[in-house]
Design a protein around this ligand. Structure first.
Ligand SMILES: Cc1cc2nc3c(=O)[nH]c(=O)nc-3n(C[C@H](O)[C@H](O)[C@H](O)COP(=O)(O)O)c2cc1C
Length: 196
């Protein structure tokens, strides 16, 4: 039976490059038989955080928040595809995630980072690790780090050159790690309801 995985990506830039990697992750997880949806923060375009989802009276949250809360609660696991702006996280994705808290609890998350340079967004990945833990997700040990993004994936999201080969090589083990924890979490939630 397939698992429900949400892949988050949050650049708002007109010429954004990370969408290639987000689409690559979606396609590769689908090939493994998973039920995967790309959550593109720019497409959802939430306003800067005012009220969190839970701060709205029941049934009165804006439609986009209600829909996203439902999807997050129903997911078995998450992948965060993150670029790096000035050694930090991308504001669009951070803004989207901050709208929720309890909705994220009790599921594993994996981090896929990228950048225009060789450091592959590693500093943003490190920052996300703490943030996702604070939001109640268990962050799996394996990560993917892609850089330079434009030498690794074509505009169509196809791996290119040596960097593309390295990504192809790294992805199966990364996915094995995430999906092992996804299945472990799913089995445990069926066996015993989360304590809070
Ligand atoms: C505002 C800004 C800050 C950036 N800061 C960094 C950085 O700190 N480290 C890095 O490796 N690349 C940095 N870059 C280059 C990005 O890695 C590159 O533009 C990447 O494609 C951004 O992701 P996106 O295209 O999906 O928006 C920065 C780019 C922008 C626009």
């Amino acid at each position: 039976m397939s698992n429900r995985i949400l892949v988050f990506y949050g650049s708002y830039r007109s010429d954004r490059a990370g969408i290639r990697l987000a689409e690559f992750v979606v396609q590769r997880l689908r090939r493994r038989g998973e039920d995967v949806e790309l959550i593109d923060a720019k497409a959802i375009n939430l306003p800067m955080l005012d009220r969190m989802y839970k701060e709205y009276p029941k049934g009165q949250a804006p439609g986009a928040l209600e829909e996203l809360a439902r999807k997050i609660r129903a997911a078995d696991g998450f992948v965060f595809v993150t670029g790096e702006y000035n050694w930090g996280v991308q504001p669009g994705l951070k803004n989207l995630t901050d709208h929720f808290l309890e909705e994220w609890f009790w599921r594993p998350a994996a981090i896929v980072s990228y950048s225009a340079g060789r450091l592959s967004g590693a500093r943003a990945a490190t920052a996300w690790h703490g943030t996702l833990s604070e939001m109640g997700m268990v962050v799996v040990s394996s990560t993917i780090a892609v850089g330079p993004i434009s030498q690794t994936l074509s505009v169509e999201g196809m791996p290119t050159g040596e960097a593309g080969k390295a990504l192809e090589h790294a992805f199966p083990r990364f996915a094995d790690d995430l999906m092992w924890w996804v299945e472990a979490g799913k089995a445990q939630r069926q066996r015993k309801a989360p304590p809070y």
